[in-house]
Design a protein around this ligand. Structure first.
Ligand code: HPA
Length: 266
């Protein structure tokens, strides 16, 4: 039995057999939603191989249950490339999600904005991304499946549904290109200017390796950033992790409303 089969069996024992309709990965300062799910919470400590509590602002547990009548699996904590140097740090949790029979994944993150019309507190859905923050998480994968097409990595159908939910809730939802930087240091102003020239609209330290892994596993994906700050050099405010955690809840409340509506309208 593979590790993901074993963990999936353990999770089914605790949370029931039914496959989650959606997986949801929560970013820094966005963990409130996990507490809204009616279901079973399993701390990552009880799921061998799942990431350890690394970054404050993340609650390391998997919650499986109902939100707006839809069965979902919520990953409260994510592993980042910068914690271990391993871009595939989220591979096992995503493999387990796929093994549970889940077919769709929505990722959230906190990000810095490169666009004046996307100020702190707003939401940006990823229309595409630039994966220059580190090595590809599929390096070393032996199967031919490693040659994953990334053309519609951000699923058009899911994005249409998320746009519709945002409109129905009256929540402005920007859309743009997310540039993956490795972190953990923030970007320099020159790196932010370079990212803008390369076509990015937001920058962050997560999500992109997960999208690549999830596409490899056959999951349809969409991701939304909560903008917590302008990119380095674009505003007077100092950029810090404390600031990210403090600002994220402003956008997170809107994101929660949007996601609830999205699920309700399925
Ligand atoms: N850069 C990278 N990651 C981030 C930022 C940023 O400005 N804000 C929140 N996460």
């Amino acid at each position: 039995m593979s590790k993901s089969d074993e963990l999936a069996a353990l999770i089914r024992d605790r949370a029931g057999e039914a496959a989650p309709e959606y997986g949801l990965v929560l970013g820094s300062g966005l963990s409130h939603l996990a507490g809204q799910v009616e279901g079973v919470a399993i701390p990552y400590d009880e799921l061998p191989g799942f990431p350890h509590a690394g970054v404050s602002g993340h609650v390391p547990q998997l919650v499986i249950g109902q939100l707006e009548g839809v069965r979902i699996a919520v990953f409260g904590g994510r592993a980042h490339y910068y914690e271990s140097g391993r871009p595939d740090a989220m591979r096992l949790p995503l493999e387990v999600l796929a093994t549970l029979g889940c077919k769709r994944l929505i990722l959230t993150n906190a990000a810095g904005s490169l666009r004046e019309d996307l100020p702190p507190g707003t939401l940006m859905m990823l229309g595409d991304h630039i994966a220059l923050g580190g090595p590809n998480p599929l390096i070393g994968e032996p199967s031919e499946a490693r040659f994953v097409p990334m053309t519609d990595a951000h699923d058009p159908g899911l994005r249409t549904g998320l746009r519709r939910a945002a409109r129905a809730e009256g929540i402005p939802l920007g859309e743009g290109v997310y540039f993956w930087f490795s972190g953990p240091s923030f970007e320099t102003p020159a790196e932010i200017r370079a990212a803008r020239i390369m076509g990015a609209d937001a920058v962050g330290m997560s999500t992109v390796p997960e999208i690549i892994l999830a596409r490899f596993l056959g999951l349809r994906c969409a991701a939304i950033s909560v903008i917590t700050n302008m990119g380095a050099g674009m505003a007077d405010e100092a950029i810090s992790h404390e600031h990210t955690k403090a600002t994220a809840p402003i956008g997170a409340a809107k994101l929660e409303r949007l996601l609830r509506r999205f699920l309700r309208d399925q």
